[in-house]
Design a protein around this ligand. Structure first.
Ligand SMILES: Cc1cc2nc3c(=O)[nH]c(=O)nc-3n(C[C@H](O)[C@H](O)[C@H](O)COP(=O)(O)OP(=O)(O)OC[C@H]3O[C@@H](n4cnc5c(N)ncnc54)[C@H](O)[C@@H]3O)c2cc1C
Length: 428
């Protein structure tokens, strides 16, 4: 039984409940106390604080600056700044003098863990399998029991890996998602010269390639759809896409134009970090010196349509701009992207919500979800509106700003000022 601050033994009541305790909801919960003395509770199925732990290979780096923590952008004096984490855990000088361009993901996980332990009412190891609406407001359920009641609901469910249909028939020991690579390595190491394919030209793909190189694999084929393995455009103007002024400009566009603009902005964020690309090229060159050939072959411009077990081999079929290709490998690591985690609304709530053509909830500019029968209750959805709010909604760059917009909307006053007046770009 979960106890709230009033130590009731019945189902506890909170002002707001959040499903998911990833960075999105952690930021909201961290800033919640600035808006009200009421309480917010978060529920997460993970056993404890963590962040994409299955992809936390040694040496992997963030794609965002350390200044983009849970709170600083709207409240730099908050107790849970990254700077305060560095000072209070004694790692300030060590991290500074290591002179990272971008910090290790492990450090961000440590920071999140440190912050999560200072935020009250986070319940781990709980899968919310149903959300209903009744006289008590929202009720979260898990395994047939009621976890909590609340006035408002915030969905911070994150994403899950996608396995394309054409890969679905592969036995797991031969084809698996990148999240499972670490667990498969012991079995694969028996033959490091066996060809291994990594499918997916994104950051998860390159990190899987680097992990395999680091483990001594010598025949890695890395497939990507784009015409080259594209790195993020980290130039100043590209970075201006990740600020409130740009999000505001997006809201002035028609939904169709906005969608197309957001897609064309992909290279500003949905690509590889330049540092990872350099590390791969250098590791590949070292491999060339050792082996007389590159251990990694980059295979851009390929749409891998299927992966099927034939005898001892996995056969990959790909389409290029002009022809079809086949490649035979021993193992396939699938890094083909992620999709939104399904929302566990019960049938009644599902019926009340307005769904867009893409099967997703419709998210307004204050991150509230459009639904019928609100009666004062609000549902907010974080990291679910990439096609209406832009790429920033799918990453960490504006977490505190988004949380501030939600809190301003929830409490119907300006709890935090969200201003961005010094933008040199007129987005039209
Ligand atoms: C490997 C990786 C690295 C990334 N690196 C960066 C980066 O450097 N910079 C950047 O800007 N973006 C990055 N991103 C993109 C994005 O910032 C992250 O995906 C980020 O985690 C999104 O935060 P979130 O809180 O929305 O979701 P998540 O971090 O995915 O958290 C969602 C949480 O909800 C829980 N959950 C889901 N459903 C339920 C349920 N029914 N019941 C209970 N709990 C549930 C999950 O257990 C999870 O903990 C990265 C993404 C990945 C996959």
């Amino acid at each position: 039984m979960i106890h709230d601050e009033t130590h009731q033994t019945q189902v506890p009541r909170f002002h707001t409940v959040g499903v998911g305790a990833g960075p999105a909801n952690l930021s909201l919960a961290a800033l919640f106390g600035s808006a009200t003395a009421e309480s917010i509770a978060l529920f997460d199925r993970q056993p404890g604080p963590g962040w994409h732990n299955t992809l936390l290979h040694s040496g992997v780096r963030m794609q965002t600056s350390w200044l983009k923590d849970l709170v600083s952008m709207v409240d730099p004096r908050h107790e849970l700044t990254f700077l305060n984490y560095l000072v209070t855990t004694g790692r300030m000088f060590a991290l500074l003098n290591a002179q990272f361009d971008v910090m290790p993901r492990m450090e961000y996980v440590r920071y999140l863990t440190w912050a999560a332990r200072r935020i009250p009412n986070i319940h781990y190891g709980v899968t919310v399998d149903s959300i209903s609406l009744g006289k008590q407001g929202f009720t979260l359920h898990s395994d047939g029991r009621e976890l909590a009641h609340a006035e408002h609901l915030v969905l911070g469910l994150g994403s899950r890996p996608v396995i394309p249909d054409g890969f679905a028939g592969l036995p797991h020991e031969r084809g698996f998602i990148a999240d499972d690579l670490t667990g498969r390595l012991d079995a694969m190491r028996a033959d490091r010269d066996a060809p291994v394919a990594v499918v997916g030209g994104g950051q998860t793909g390159i990190e899987a390639v680097m992990r395999l190189v680091g483990q001594g694999f010598t025949r890695i084929l890395w497939f990507g759809r784009r015409l080259w393995m594209e790195t993020i455009d980290d130039s100043p103007c590209a970075n201006d896409v990740y600020r409130p002024a740009h999000i505001e400009s997006l809201q002035k566009l028609s939904p169709e134009t906005r969608r197309s603009v957001i897609k064309r902005l992909d290279p500003t964020g949905d690509a590889l970090t330049p540092g990872a690309m350099r590390a791969l090229y250098q590791a590949n060159y070292d491999g060339l010196l050792d082996l007389g050939r590159y251990p990694v072959t980059l295979m851009p411009g390929r749409d891998v349509t299927s992966a099927v077990l034939e005898g001892a081999d996995v056969v990959l079929r790909c389409r290029t701009a002009e022809h079809e290709e086949e490649h035979r490998v021993r193992y396939v690591v699938i890094a083909t992207g992620r999709e939104n985690t399904p929302i566990p609304f019960d049938d009644d709530l599902r019926e009340r919500v307005d769904w867009g053509e893409d099967g997703e909830v419709i998210v307004e500019s204050d991150f509230s979800v459009r639904w019928k029968g609100m009666n004062g209750h609000q549902i907010y959805a974080l990291n679910r509106a990439r096609l209406s709010m832009g790429l920033t909604d799918a990453n960490l760059t504006l977490l505190p700003v988004r949380a501030a917009i939600v809190l301003n909307s929830m409490f119907k006053r300006e709890v935090f000022a969200v201003a961005d007046e010094l933008c040199p770009v007129d987005w039209g």
